[in-house]
Design a binder for this molecule. Sequence first.
Ligand SMILES: [Mg+2]
Length: 279
Amino acid sequence: MLPSDPSHAGDDQDPLQPFDRLVKTLVEEPDQWALFLDIDGTLIDLAPSPDEIVVPQDLPGHLSSVSQYLGGALALVTGRALPYADELFQPHQFPIAGLHGSERRLADGTLDCVTATEALEEVKNALCVAAGRWPGILIEDKGAAVAAHYRQAPERRAELEEVMQYYLLQAGNDFTLQRGKMVFEIRPARADKGGALEAYLTEPPFKGRRPIAIGDDVTDEAMFKVVNGMNGRSIRVAKNSDGTEARSVIASAALVRDALAGIAEQIAQNDLSQKGRRT
Ligand SMILES: [Mg+2]
């Protein structure tokens, strides 16, 4: 790695791998950092359809203990709509930016949501009818957005993109076409994940902290750009650093979960030893 490579500036001095570095940083400096996590493909393994994902049993509890340790400065930043994201982590609730940052729940519980327009409802209906003719294309109604998944019919990618471009025009100027892993989505254009992250950082308990963002998809690149500009840490879940602004990579969602589990374990151990010292 060349020292002049700005995309990796600062990494040369740190011999720790992203995994160890993440655990060490958050355990040792919990009041300095805010953690922003994508969900699908980052915390949870991808599945053939969004309904088929499996939430590992320990994950909600680990997220909760890391969140508490960071003074609540942990937010989920996802393409899912808020209710579907919340469902995954019951009984815990975290600040969440949904629909790629178009809607947010703040740390104090305040909601900033968008509702579907009439034009989008018509687009959803038309897409559902059209998808009946395309085996393997799954239409997901996300409230104020609509996604077309082609994981089970990758050969239809080009055709589907053309169709979604057409329906984007029908939805109107307030929408944009989001490309993701095996999915095209018509979503509100008013924000992206980077904007959501910036908004959180103006509010307590995130304000004044340096951001760490972890994500696995093209939509997470907007977070990485913001984080890189704020002297934060950007981590992409990927096998290598091709095509990403992220300054480090972690190979799998399982490793992200392991890191969270490791942090939760160290927090619990520290608690125990502090209690031990007091008694
Ligand atoms: Mg993802």
